[in-house]
Design a protein around this ligand. Structure first.
Ligand code: SAM
Length: 256
């Protein structure tokens, strides 16, 4: 998986993502991370990339030309390497709210381009031209798209085979099955008078799974009733089984 991030602050992206699990995945060549300085593509002789907004209003807007040329350069390099043009994800509070399902879909791509706005945002005309997926990370406004892009890249990377050392851990986490995760415990068995639930020490796999599902449902109902309702609609409880009537076999003497 190749991530290409178009930004005015490349060092923010590279320093933020080149550590821990994602840093190791980059080092091992499982993912690549390219942070492209949009300013390098401006035709302005003072290297300006922003200007006032038409119609008035506070703040500056990133201009269309440098964004378009930076994006085109990356797409050209991708297609020159024989790969298909990448989806262009614009991080914006005006986009679809990012979630695990989207991350799964994006993780199947070979290349992804992330476009990070700054200041008041980016001229609409270039967005219309290059963006395939406007994506928000939540209903709040940040100063730039770099942190949102890093959030999305971190989440998508975890789903790329080989990035996590234990693939199992990506499958059992919150949202993977539409529910929040159950509580987890490690050693010691007792800490500050609090004991690890008995069932987790029992070694009874089926009971552990049952307990985890119950706890997942409880957590989801408590913190995310919206997800709980959706899950219950998709997984309606099975109707209680009618007690089966015993088949009464006819005795030989009953048969005439
Ligand atoms: N004027 C824009 C608006 O009201 O929609 C907000 C601009 S914001 C100050 C600057 C940049 O930060 C945006 O262009 C976007 O790239 C990024 N950004 C801010 N909040 C975001 C969020 N919740 N999700 C994704 N990106 C965000």
């Amino acid at each position: 998986m190749n991530f290409h991030v178009l930004t005015l602050f490349p060092e923010m992206v590279t320093s933020g993502l080149n550590t821990s699990i994602i840093g190791r995945a980059v080092e091992n060549g499982i993912i690549t991370l390219e942070a492209v300085q949009i300013r390098d593509y401006t035709l302005d002789r003072h290297k300006k990339v922003d200007d006032y907004t038409y119609g008035g209003g506070a703040g500056m807007l990133m201009q269309a030309q440098p964004v378009y040329d930076a994006c085109k350069a990356v797409q050209d390099a991708i297609t020159a390497s024989g790969r298909k043009p990448a989806r262009v994800i614009f991080m914006t509070p005006r986009g679809h709210v990012f979630n695990q399902k989207m991350a799964e879909e994006f993780s199947k791509e070979e290349d992804l381009i992330f476009l990070c706005g700054h200041y008041e945002g980016i001229d609409e005309r270039v967005l219309e031209e290059v963006v395939t997926d406007p994506v928000s990370i939540g209903d709040y406004v940040l100063t730039g798209g770099e942190l949102p892009a890093m959030v999305a890249i971190d989440c998508i990377s975890r789903l790329v085979p080989g990035v996590l050392s234990n693939a199992e851990s990506a499958n059992t986490e919150s949202f993977q099955n539409g529910l929040l995760e159950y509580p987890q415990y490690s050693r010691p068995e007792e800490w500050m008078g609090k004991k690890v639930p008995e069932v987790l020490l029992s070694g009874h796999h089926a009971n552990v799974e049952k307990w985890r599902l119950e706890k997942s449902l409880e957590e989801t109902l408590k913190y995310r009733p919206d997800l709980y309702e959706k899950y219950m609609a998709e997984h309606p409880p099975k109707p209680a089984k009618k007690p089966r009537r015993k088949k009464v076999l006819a005795k030989p003497e009953d048969i005439c």
